[in-house]
Design a protein around this ligand. Structure first.
Ligand code: GDP
Ligand code: IMO
Ligand code: MG
Length: 428
């Protein structure tokens, strides 16, 4: 299986970092294809925890070449802080490559993120405040600053000046500080020497690697339900975390992909605002948050929690053409007598089993639950499907049936080793 996409099948934080790390040990390249430091991917190796935001989780696997693709938006301050932190912990970061076409998050877009949220009043998205949306907006508006611009100082200065002038007017209007274009440009240009050895044509590197028969993993940030096209718009991020985004965000064609792995929790979480039909806005949800340690890696915000929504994950299976599902955090469900699974939504007395095409309907969808028996045995030590209690096996098989996609691996703990591999994808 030389080309594998790993992406989120719910609203983010499904455990993509762990899944990437696991497969990354059998991979030559790991390419991050979308998003930026709004992501927070956790990997736990020998009890040591790493939280990665901008760097691909594959950087932690020895021998892997980590790549930041053209679809990523890069905060250069964060990039070098994260590199310093990770290499300070003994990780070899020397092979990191970055696309010449990737867009940079200038300081003014972090401010724009704040300005936009303020302007939304009661309809805030609850962004991570990292400048992600405004940077993708500039990209689409063709006023973005790219990695390659760092090597053309005069042109970069002119671009910064043009992009910043109207934003300064907005900052003034909403009571945020204005920025000096010369200072912004000087700061960006100060990174040029360090970026130069990393800059490349990612599409060429990746396609050459595939031609040589090497293995490439495409690591998605965010998730299907946060996709700008397929998610719960406008409560989404500003990129395509779906499989199509991997192609555009790294410069590979669909014919090169062998396997698309969706990562889903055995229940559901969401950070930020927006509809979430199976949300448990009560002490049961609070309990699930505590059991699962559901607090954001990037912002520390408590995550909203709810039961597994099979409609959402089946939708993700379709939108992404999933070949496999990696189900995480099954251990967190240990101890429930019965586990509700959402199998459809009720709308005006009618039960539907697909995502409603209209977001207004989705926001008022009432989940229809099927009760699946729970288990009480500790499963954190299980390493094969057969070792799981019968009820846990039945839960997996029922989810598989409802989603219409095989569950290839099952997470039973945060550690690298705490995984049941049912169907190996890369010889793991
Ligand atoms: P990502 O953004 O998709 O990479 O996920 P996050 O790292 O934001 O959140 C997932 C959290 O769940 C992290 O704290 C992981 O260490 C943890 N985790 C991942 N898989 C499992 C699992 O199978 N069981 C348990 N208990 N924790 C897990
Ligand atoms: P990983 O990769 C969960 C959410 C934010 C907000 C919305 C828009 O760790 O799964 P943005 O800053 O992107 O404009 O915010 O998207 N969000 C995430 N939620 N996991 C993430 O990343 C997220 N990245 C963004 O909370 O609701
Ligand atoms: Mg996360």
């Amino acid at each position: 299986m030389p080309a594998v996409i790993v992406l989120g099948a719910q609203w983010g934080d499904e455990g993509k970092g762990k899944a990437t790390d696991q497969l990354g040990q059998h991979t030559d390249y790991v390419v991050k294809f979308n998003g930026g430091n709004n992501a927070g991917h956790t990997v736990v190796i020998d009890g040591e925890k790493y939280a990665l935001h901008l760097l691909p989780a594959g950087i932690l696997s020895e021998g892997v070449t980590p790549i930041i693709g053209n679809g990523v938006v890069v905060d250069l301050d964060v990039l070098f802080e994260e590199l310093a932190e990770i290499s300070g912990r003994g990780v070899d970061c020397s092979r990191l490559l970055i696309s010449a076409n990737a867009h940079i998050i200038p300081a003014y877009n972090r401010l724009m993120d704040q300005a936009n949220e303020r302007a939304r009043g009661n309809n805030q998205i609850g962004t991570t405040g990292r400048g992600i949306g405004p940077t993708y907006a500039d990209k689409m508006n063709r006023i973005g600053i790219r990695i390659q611009d760092l090597f053309h100082p005069e042109a970069l200065r002119a671009k910064v000046e043009a992009a910043l002038a109207p934003k300064n007017t907005i900052f003034e209007a909403v009571g945020l500080p204005t920025l000096d274009p010369a200072e912004v440009s000087d700061h960006l240009l100060s990174f040029a020497d360090r970026i130069e050895p990393m800059m490349c044509d990612v599409s060429l590197v990746v396609n050459d690697a595939l031609d040589r028969g090497e293995t490439v993993l495409f690591e998605g940030g965010q998730a299907t339900m946060l996709d700008i096209d397929h998610g719960t718009y406008p409560f989404v991020t500003s990129s395509n975390p779906t499989a199509g985004g991997a192609l555009a965000g790294a410069g590979v064609g669909p014919t090169r992909i062998d396997c698309v792995v969706g990562v889903a929790k055995a229940y559901t979480t969401r950070v930020g605002e927006g509809p979430f039909p199976t949300e448990l806005d009560d002490e049961v949800g609070e309990d699930l948050r505590t059991r699962g340690g559901e607090f954001g890696v990037t912002t520390g915000r408590p995550r909203r929690t709810g039961w597994f929504d099979a409609v959402v994950v089946r939708y993700a299976a379709r939108v992404n053409g999933l070949t496999d599902l990696c189900l995480t955090k099954l251990d967190v469900l240990t101890g429930y007598k019965e586990i509700p699974v959402c199998v459809g939504y009720e709308l005006d007395g009618i039960v539907v089993d697909e995502m409603p095409p209209d977001q207004v309907d989705f926001a008022r969808a009432v989940p229809v639950y099927e009760m699946v028996p729970g288990w009480s045995e500790d499963i954190t030590g299980c390493r094969s499907f057969d070792e799981l209690p019968e009820a846990a096996q039945a839960y997996i098989l029922r989810l598989e049936e409802l989603v219409g996609c095989r569950i290839s691996s099952i997470g039973v703990g945060p550690g690298r080793e705490a995984t049941i591999i049912r169907f190996p994808l890369l010889g793991e």
